[in-house]
Write a protein that binds this ligand. Structure first.
Ligand code: HEC
Ligand code: HEC
Length: 494
């Protein structure tokens, strides 16, 4: 109907008009033609605004925001010790730290978020071939009936879990019970020839689950491997105005033909209402607190007021269900008290982001220009001003530089895992914030990037970009060796 079409068109023009004049964020994100690439922008080195820290060693991701309230520093350090605490099986004389499992992946947050940085796929380090702790295999199946379809479309469920093994494989267990299974990884290698003659070999992982101790997986099982994410700047991300993220979505839909990011819509289990997803590789968690209690339950088998069950077993895992829990009357009948959770959250919210290095370097500025000209910044959106927060000045109204639009994008068949979560399809991933990426090697001793660590360096990560980002990637394939090194130098300076 032509009237409908025109109406839609007028509406779009109106939205462009309103967006161009309203949001603060939009003033920044406008055309890169306005950026002067001969010098750094004001405050560009200060990734976390006033809270930025100057450090470039193994501890780069572990410092508190520089402007953290001095009286609260102690909470940060107590939170840190809980983040590092190794939980043990119940019963134990260490009553306040028992309750691990029966099934688990890691026994502390830190065992996966190594040095507050990222995890790695097995085999990353020589002599450590079977190290599967810091990668998690999420699993799920397509909806099997109308009821499950409705649960997914009303956002009541993130995904349909495997009937026996749930939503992730726990390859560790406490004494007296067998783990769910073990993780096996094989790579398939294939070459990519760049126009400049450089040959890059990419590796595609194939994960399988072996030694299943509780019967077969569902015949339609989907497996999605994900490494633990870096912990930096999380409190600042949470303080971004959601309307800025929604504005990113509208802008891409209006201005860009191939890029059409989507805001992630999720269910907030804690507040029992619909919300927006910001955290996780598929943006399926609305807040740091939700992600934390989820990790305690699924990754470690620890109960909290939101997941009061001290066991993380499915209905079919009878022995698991009969094991003793660490739920303690001293702690409101859970294993991790609200007070402890609040401290872990406080810690995560105040982890800083290190300052950029050499922002003014000519090479880096040239690389930055290539980054913008290749369309990378359409998704890896450079900067935001965080919302006002009267209770916490350290994250309030800060100019931050995360390099993400916090939207979901179809990244093509190559990166697809076929496992959808809430509104994210099996081909969609959240744009990864790039801040701090150049210090990955210093912090974690490797440069394994992307959701499953398949890329062994920044160039490989770029070459995996497909789907909505394919035209960006195709521009990189045409660059000279010098230009590629400038682009990589720029990303390493983040
Ligand atoms: C077994 C490894 C493992 C353990 C243990 C673990 N995590 Fe994670 N964490 C992950 C993985 C994997 C992801 C990505 C999950 C996804 O996207 O599906 C993640 C994601 C996160 C995120 C989201 C970060 C972001 O940038 O979006 C936060 C926050 C987090 N974890 C906090 C914690 C806390 C707090 C603990 C301890 C209570 C913990 N994690 C324990 C593996 C782990
Ligand atoms: C359509 C949106 C989009 C565009 C355009 C885009 N990216 Fe990405 N980028 C993503 C998403 C989504 C991921 C996460 C993919 C994954 O982990 O599977 C990502 C991941 C990355 C990573 C790995 C980050 C990490 O910590 O693992 C790097 C590096 C990166 N992008 C650089 C670039 C560069 C350079 C360009 C331009 C050539 C670019 N991206 C263009 C969306 C985009």
């Amino acid at each position: 109907m032509s009237f409908g079409y025109n109406y839609n068109f007028i509406f779009k023009i109106l939205v462009v008009f309103i967006l161009s004049y309203s949001s603060f964020n939009n003033i920044f994100a406008d055309s890169f033609l306005e950026i002067d690439f001969t010098r750094a922008e004001p405050h560009e080195a200060l990734s976390a605004g006033d809270g930025t820290v100057y450090i470039d060693n193994k501890n780069s991701f572990s410092l508190p925001l520089k402007n953290i309230d001095i009286n609260k520093k102690i909470d940060f350090f107590v939170g840190n010790s809980l983040f590092r605490r190794n939980w043990v099986a119940a019963p134990s004389i260490k009553m306040s730290s028992d309750g691990l499992g029966p099934f688990f992946n890691g026994s502390s947050c830190e065992s996966c978020h190594i040095n507050d940085g990222r995890g790695h796929p097995p085999g990353t380090f020589i002599n450590n071939n079977d190290d599967t702790t810091s990668i998690v295999l999420a699993i799920g199946i397509p909806p099997q009936n109308e009821f499950q379809n409705a649960q997914i479309s009303s956002l009541r469920l993130k995904l349909i879990p495997d009937p026996t093994y749930g939503s992730q494989i726990n390859d560790n267990s406490i004494e007296g019970i067998l783990p769910e299974g073990s993780i096996k990884l094989e790579y398939q290698y294939f070459p990519i020839l760049l126009d400049n003659g450089q040959l890059v070999t990419l590796r595609k992982p194939n994960y399988t689950i072996e030694n299943l101790n509780y019967g077969p997986l569902h015949s339609e099982i989907r497996i999605s491997a994900r490494v633990a994410q870096p912990m930096i700047g999380l409190g600042l991300i949470e303080q971004i105005d959601i309307s800025d993220v929604i504005a990113n979505e509208s802008k891409q839909n209006i201005h860009l033909s191939s890029i059409s990011g989507k805001v992630s819509h999720v269910w907030d289990d804690r507040l029992n209402k619909k919300s927006y997803g910001l955290f996780g590789w598929k943006a399926s968690q609305p807040s740091i607190i939700n992600q934390t209690v989820d990790a305690l339950h699924h990754d470690m088998g620890l109960s909290s007021s939101l997941y009061p069950n001290g066991n993380n077993c499915s209905e079919k895992q009878h022995k698991c269900k009969s094991m003793e829990t660490g739920n303690s009357p001293n702690q409101n009948n859970v294993e991790v008290s609200d007070e402890q959770i609040n401290l872990i959250i406080f810690y995560q919210k105040h982890l800083s982001v290190p300052a950029r290095r050499n922002v003014d370097g000519l090479n880096i500025l040239s690389g930055k220009k290539i980054f913008f000209e290749s369309g990378c910044a359409s998704c890896h959106v450079q900067k935001y001003k965080t919302k006002f927060n009267a209770n916490d000045k350290s994250v309030s109204e800060q100019l931050i530089w995360p390099y993400s639009d916090f939207l979901l994008h179809d990244m093509g068949e190559g990166l697809a895992d076929d496992l959808s979560e809430y509104t994210a399809s099996g081909r969609e991933w959240r744009t990864t914030p790039l801040w701090g990426i150049g210090l990955t090697e210093a912090v974690n001793g490797h440069t394994a990037l992307l959701h499953d660590g398949r890329a062994r360096n920044i160039l490989e990560a770029i070459l995996w970009h497909g789907g909505e980002s394919k035209s960006s990637r195709d521009k990189i394939i045409k660059l000279s060796i010098k230009e590629i090194s400038q682009l990589v130098d720029f990303i390493e300076s983040l």
